[in-house]
Design a protein around this ligand. Structure first.
Ligand SMILES: *[C@@H]1O[C@H](CO)[C@@H](O)[C@H](O)[C@H]1NC(C)=O
Ligand SMILES: *[C@@H]1O[C@H](CO)[C@@H](O)[C@H](O)[C@H]1NC(C)=O
Ligand SMILES: *[C@@H]1O[C@H](CO)[C@@H](O)[C@H](O)[C@H]1NC(C)=O
Ligand SMILES: *[C@@H]1O[C@H](CO)[C@@H](O)[C@H](O)[C@H]1NC(C)=O
Length: 421
């Protein structure tokens, strides 16, 4: 599809409403860039590939194979990276979404996981990939935390698709180290990180890190009745109770930097007020991302069992998002439903916007689902995004291993349970 940049001036709510009329998508699946579609967006009509005639077997097209719909190329998919699968996506991206590459490395995956926004300084913290051979992290040394200052990103920069080199990537030397950080969230004005641990003798742990120099660190949980967690992965705060819910898969073991697992792969909850630690849900292959809905009525947990790290992939295992109902009084999770199965890649990081739409870091970028579980669109980066994070309204940082992007859009991130004022 040719790149035709048509400036959209002041697309107003009324126009969006008329776009949502039934039949809207079918009326604009034209080859020309429709003036009602933002310049950086394109429609991907799933009907165009419901029948491919020549469908390759799983030995050729599996869960990690990029899918290039007929009539598109990798270049055309990247040229207009906001992919509209449903007209509701237009309300999420607004009239003028942008996607900007801010920095990249040759091979070191420093833009991997645990993005935490610190509103007071408008900084985004994030972690290097722990256990990735290209990083040399895991057993030999811990992955490190870096940050970027979003205040440094001018509108002129974000209007470009490539503003590489214009934002400093600063290493955060927290004291003492968060060992192999992988998950993070804001917590009562501080940063909360999960460390996967290292070897047999450095247990996986939950840390509070001061967002201000000297970035002093306090461990707040490192065991369950004297037993090490496997390798803590991701975390979300129940907005009704303030309790900390977190996942504990075995990726540290599957990546050769943690010993054989000694606990089931499950979701836990921790009440720092009483010290109580208990299981919240089990029955997973690899519980990974976790995020409460904005009102706390639901919690989403991803299972990335299809990816077994050094043990390879198994595409009969989940690449799946589950949703639970959260009991308002007890915080107990019930009514597990299968919310989404994604392709390509695995649904790793997960966040919600203020309207309850669900954003997932996947194999080709960020996928966006409505609360009914329908794919609305993608922010396409043409490679894996393990995680990403909103920075308030209309801004998002997307981590893609050796690349970091800044996106502007209409949606506002919700931060369930997080009081950062
Ligand atoms: C972005 O710009 C930098 C610096 O000009 C260049 O080295 C890099 O190849 C560009 N990246 C892409 C993806 O265009
Ligand atoms: C990425 O950021 C680092 C640190 O600010 C800088 O030294 C480097 O030149 C940047 N790399 C690119 C490709 O922009
Ligand atoms: C960091 O140190 C300050 C000053 O002693 C203290 O108030 C704060 O609680 C500490 N934060 C963490 C996460 O250790
Ligand atoms: C995937 O897992 C299933 C169920 O355990 C097993 O039967 C199958 O052999 C596995 N496939 C591969 C390629 O490992």
């Amino acid at each position: 599809m040719p790149l035709i940049r048509i400036p959209i001036v002041g697309l107003v709510a009324g126009q969006l409403a008329s776009m949502s009329a039934p039949g809207f998508l079918s009326s604009v699946t034209a080859l020309e860039h429709d003036p009602l579609i933002p310049a950086q967006a394109q429609i991907i009509d799933q009907r165009s590939f419901n029948v491919l005639h020549d469908v390759p077997p799983a030995s050729e097209a599996n869960g990690f194979t990029p899918f290039i719909p007929p009539g598109t190329t990798l270049e055309s998919l990247l040229a207009q990276p906001f992919h509209i699968y449903d007209e509701q996506f237009l309300e999420i991206i607004g009239p003028n979404p942008t996607l900007t590459l801010l920095n990249h490395t040759d091979s070191d995956p420093i833009f991997h996981e645990a993005p935490v926004w610190y509103p007071a300084k408008d900084e985004m913290f994030f972690a290097q990939n722990a256990g990735a051979p290209a990083a040399g992290t895991g057993l030999a040394k811990s992955a490190v935390i870096h940050k970027i200052s979003l205040g440094d990103i001018t509108p002129e920069m974000s209007s470009k698709s490539n503003a590489t080199g214009s934002v400093k990537v600063v290493e955060v030397n927290e004291m003492p180290d968060v060992v192999n950080p992988n998950g993070g969230t804001n917590y009562k004005g501080q940063l909360l990180f999960l460390g996967e641990g290292k070897g047999e003798n450095i247990a996986s742990a939950m840390y509070l890190v001061s967002p201000e120099p000297p970035y002093n660190t306090t461990v707040i949980l490192d065991n369950f009745f004297g037993r090490q967690f496997n390798s803590l992965n991701d975390v979300s705060i129940n907005p009704r109770s303030g309790e900390i819910y977190f996942t504990d898969p075995t990726y540290g073991y599957n990546q050769d930097f943690r010993p054989a697992p000694g606990l089931p792969k499950q979701v836990w909850r921790f009440d720092p007020d009483t010290g109580a630690v208990r299981v919240a849900a089990d029955g997973f292959n690899m519980p990974n991302g976790i995020c409460f809905s904005p009102d706390g009525g639901h919690v989403y947990v991803t299972d990335t069992g299809a990816a077994q790290a050094f043990f390879g992939s198994n595409f009969t295992f989940p690449s799946t998002v589950y949703r639970y109902t959260v009991d308002p009084q007890t915080g107990i999770l019930h009514d597990r439903t299968t919310f989404a199965y994604i392709s390509p890649g695995i649904p790793d990081g997960i966040h919600v916007d203020t309207r309850g739409n669900v954003y997932l870091g996947c194999g080709d970028g960020v996928h966006v689902y409505n609360p009914a579980g329908k794919l609305l669109g993608k922010i396409y980066v043409g490679g894996t995004s393990a995680n990403f994070q909103f920075a308030g309204r209309g801004r998002m940082v997307i981590l893609a291993e050796t690349r970091v992007y800044f996106a502007t859009l209409e949606a506002e991130g919700a931060f369930p349970g997080v009081l950062y004022e």
